[in-house]
Design a protein around this ligand. Structure first.
Ligand SMILES: [Mg+2]
Length: 325
């Protein structure tokens, strides 16, 4: 038998403790405590996604209180539902737990997770605990999409490319936490918050899903160039990106100046990128989506992403040869 991590009650006890007092919506016929949860038949097409956060890969424990980790583990999944234009409904959670963390730590982690689930209307319908070398939090999330889903494979040449929010903040915040970038005061706090506490653009996604034809869309988790590349690949199109138009926050500018490498190549912003037939006014879109929207380029025939407007530095994980189209 594998040995139990110290200070942790048996796994069944821990799950029971973490799930105690969870309330369920009417969609959930049976919540945690049985072999499976039972969910009522959904009214619409369903979305299903999963994402993991692993200590040492995605976060360090010294960076944030456990509640922030719990909330973020759900948020990155909410962002995938937002990217499809859906409404999140129910999730299951797997914890990989290592030695050295006590039950109180997981109480706090779950407090963050439960609070965000409640505000997002998500039932936590089940959980599992695995002993592991590293702490990890995995969330599998269901959603529904009442209208047409936003997909990556429906961009057309001539479409204009838009994004919500600003770019590079989270990547800069990560580097501030890691000591690779120096920042102070309000700018530092803003960037670090953008990394630790991203906000899934659920309302914007739901609004976009009402448009006809439904826009192609993706949430930008890997980096703007990478994720635009995913749309191009899936839609078998190219893109012309105005790197100078990519929106930057005042905090990003304060810390990075004119260096756009993190805005173009850094991940974890969880903003939406979407493609619409030409002629849409970004200001009207901003009002309708409830967040600032910026036009940053257009979809082209052919393959690859070409950039204009600002020097594009070598971006880790991005193939510059492809960028030359
Ligand atoms: Mg995604």
């Amino acid at each position: 038998l594998a040995r139990r991590p110290t200070n942790i009650p048996g796994e069944f006890k821990l799950i029971a403790r973490l799930c105690a007092g969870l309330t369920m919506s009417r969609r959930t016929l049976l919540g945690p405590g049985d072999d499976c949860a039972i969910l009522a038949r959904p009214r619409h097409a369903q979305l299903f996604t999963i994402d993991s956060m692993v200590e040492g890969v995605h976060f360090k424990l010294v960076w944030s209180p456990p509640a922030v980790l719990g909330s973020r583990a759900l948020e990155v999944n909410l962002s995938d539902i937002a990217a499809m234009g859906g409404v999140p409904t129910a999730c299951t959670v797997n914890l990989g737990i290592r030695r050295g963390l006590d039950a109180k730590f997981f109480d706090r982690l779950y407090a963050g997770l439960r609070a965000r689930a409640k505000s997002a209307g998500v039932d936590i319908v089940g959980g599992n605990v695995t002993r592991a070398e590293r702490l990890s939090i995995t969330v599998a999330l269901l959603g529904e999409v009442p209208a047409a889903a936003l997909r990556r494979d429906t961009a057309h040449p001539g479409d204009e490319i838009f994004v919500t929010g600003t770019f590079g903040d989270a990547a800069a915040g990560w580097r501030v936490l890691d000591g690779r970038i120096r920042a102070r005061g309000a700018a530092s706090k803003f960037l670090v918050d953008r990394f630790l506490s991203p906000v899934a653009r659920l309302r914007a996604g739901a609004r976009l899903a009402r448009l006809r034809p439904a826009p192609a869309a993706i949430d930008v988790s890997d980096g703007l160039l990478q994720d635009l590349g995913h749309i191009c690949e899936r839609s078998q199109v190219g893109a012309l990106l105005d790197a100078g138009a990519v929106p930057l926050s005042p905090a990003y500018r304060a810390v990075m100046g004119d260096d756009r490498s993190l805005a173009l190549g850094g991940g974890d912003d969880y903003e939406l990128l979407f493609c619409l037939a030409p002629g849409r006014d970004p200001r009207a879109l901003s009002r309708s989506l409830g967040i600032r929207v910026t036009r940053i380029g257009r979809i082209t025939r052919g393959r690859g992403i070409k950039t204009i407007g600002a020097r594009v530095p070598a971006v880790a994980g991005f193939d510059q040869l492809e960028a030359r189209g």
